[in-house]
Design a protein around this ligand. Structure first.
Ligand SMILES: NC(=O)C1=CN([C@@H]2O[C@H](COP(=O)(O)OP(=O)(O)OC[C@H]3O[C@@H](n4cnc5c(N)ncnc54)[C@H](O)[C@@H]3O)[C@@H](O)[C@H]2O)[C@@H](O)CC1
Ligand SMILES: [K+]
Length: 506
């Protein structure tokens, strides 16, 4: 499912109109009817519905929705916010059709009109502003929006909650707080930003018949779905052997932190790695040996319980993950540099490895094999040299610039984990829940991603499938056996079998 900016949406509309002959009022008819059909799933014939119609085409959708719902027997009133002469173009066409059906509407004069017409209504349809919103809300929307937000009614927004910009990096002051948003054709970027997504409530996209042409360009951006996983996750060949499923190496762990590397290793094995070696300090090996019985070990030189060098590793692996539980110390930079120089396989850098990476970052471009970074926002902000809130305002832009500048894959972890390829493809993940906000879930993800990168699929597919498996496992587990309170990172490792067996074989 594509994710679009306002510009991409307008370009697609224009293409449909100019190149395909799908005129604006036809698209608006499709949009309004598709939205109305979705609204029907959330309301009943007993509900009293008020549709708020704004000045632009979002308001035009409102007239189509009103007509469709009235024809289907719902109790609907319309409050048009602008004066009559300010409704123009396709929206005016549809107001005329609406009137030709014999339906009427009220016009907003001051807040009292809204107070009067919203009284007794238990559903508000927000067709005030769409992707054309610019700047802070102007009068009278700056009064209407807070009033709607304090009403005790179900609010359903059309395309996006009015006041929320479609794109990232745009500040806003106030917006409709929706219970449900019916997105027209493609979700907009703001549905995946942590400061704007909550305004959407739940959302669903409806098809209005736009052509896909413009969006198939290389720098694509979308939601990675279960269908994508099913299509790309390779089935295991019946005559394959352990070597065919990838020989992985995990470098990490310190005497003070044996848990991280344990979780990464177990997760890698559960996710499907054929063979796994853990390179760590001697004391960690004695702990790991009993909990990761399937792995082999390399004891590395250490200082004060931390890995001091990677001497002794022969880099003949299909994938390497480094950094988890490694601790931060000056030698970290040097040993990471060695790994990046010597390994001729994908290298995934997580946790403390990311802190060790900063100085060496410009040299990563010279690697001939993929380099994968799996930062959380704090680690990513550190690498970028910006503050976390600044990064979270524009995660798409920052990740894309960073990935392309250093030729790396970036898995920016968060409520909407964002996978960016060096070429700029971006995939957002909507699986997973707050149960994952616990120590260790990143270590487990690193293991799953390591296993995935060693299977016969592209790195782009591997990372997305790994993030999806991780998130879906959390979702499956919190649906029945666990809650978002008690879910542990280690539960994800054991829960993976359920995801593989049920989710992917339905
Ligand atoms: N052919 C199309 O372009 C289609 C558009 N559709 C709908 O049209 C919407 C986009 O239409 P528009 O481009 O007309 O944009 P809007 O419907 O968002 O309206 C923009 C207008 O609102 C006013 N406005 C902007 N910012 C404001 C602010 N801060 N405070 C107060 N008023 C403000 C301005 O008068 C501006 O012209 C989409 O979100 C979607 O709902 C759908 O009908 C599908 C087809
Ligand atoms: K809206």
């Amino acid at each position: 499912m594509h994710i679009v900016t306002a510009k991409e949406m307008y370009d697609t509309d224009r293409y449909a109109m100019e190149e395909m002959g799908l005129q604006g009022h036809m698209l608006m008819e499709n949009a309004g009817r598709a939205v109305a059909t979705e609204i029907e799933k959330h309301v009943s014939l007993k509900d009293q519905i008020l549709i708020l119609v704004g000045k632009g085409n979002n308001g035009g959708d409102g007239f189509v929705i009103a007509r469709t719902l009235l024809q289907r027997g719902y109790s609907v009133e319309v409050l048009q916010i602008p004066n009559d002469e300010d409704i123009q173009g396709d929206a005016l066409t549809h107001r005329k059709i609406y009137e030709a059906f014999g339906y009427g509407y009220h016009t907003f004069e001051d807040l009292n009109s809204l107070i009067t017409f919203s009284s007794g209504k238990n559903v508000i349809i927000d067709a005030l502003l769409g992707i054309g919103v610019k700047g802070p809300l102007r009068s009278p929307y700056d009064e209407i929006v807070p009033y709607v937000n304090q009403l005790d009614a179900k609010v359903i927004s059309v395309d996006l909650p009015s006041g929320i910009p479609a794109d990232e990096g745009i500040s806003f002051e106030e917006a409709i707080q929706s219970n449900f948003t019916i997105v027209i054709q493609y979700p907009k970027v703001s549905a995946f930003l942590q400061h704007t997504a909550p305004f959407y409530g739940e959302w669903k996209a409806v098809d209005i018949g736009l052509p896909d042409h413009l969006l198939g360009k290389p720098e694509s951006c979308g939601v990675w779905t279960k269908e994508d996983v099913v299509a790309s996750l390779p089935e295991r060949e019946p005559f394959s052997h352990k070597g065919s499923h990838g020989k992985g190496l995990v470098i990490g762990g310190a005497l003070q932190m044996p848990g991280s590397v344990t979780m990464t290793s177990r997760a890698a094995l559960r996710a499907g790695a054929g063979l796994l070696t853990v390179a760590t300090v001697k004391d960690v090996i004695s702990i790991l040996a009993s909990s990761v019985t399937e792995a082999t070990f390399i004891a590395l030189e250490e200082q004060a319980g931390k890995i001091n060098s990677v001497d002794g590793i022969e880099f003949s692996y299909d994938g390497v993950a480094i950094g988890m539980g490694m601790g931060r110390h000056p030698e970290g930079e040097e040993l990471l540099r060695e790994v990046l120089k010597q390994a001729e396989s994908p290298v995934l850098i997580d946790a403390d490895g990311l802190y060790a990476l900063k100085a060496y970052l410009p040299h990563v471009t010279s690697r001939s094999s993929p380099t994968i970074l799996t930062p959380h926002p704090g680690e990513m902000a550190h690498l970028l040299g910006v503050e976390v809130p600044e990064l979270l305002e524009k995660p798409f832009q920052y990740s894309r610039q960073f990935a392309s500048r250093y030729g790396v894959y970036v898995v920016l972890k968060g409520a909407f984990t964002l996978v960016t390829t060096p070429k700029g493809n971006q995939w957002v993940h909507t699986t997973g829940n707050v149960g994952l906000a616990k120590g260790g879930s990143g270590d487990v993800l690193a293991g799953m991603l390591l296993a995935m990168t060693m299977q016969p699929q592209s790195i782009e597919e591997a990372l997305n499938n790994g993030v999806w498996l991780h998130g879906s496992t959390a979702d499956l587990l919190t649906e029945d056996t666990h809650s978002t309170y008690d879910l542990l990172a280690t539960d994800l490792i054991d829960g993976l079998s359920k995801t593989y067996r049920t989710h992917l074989s339905e």
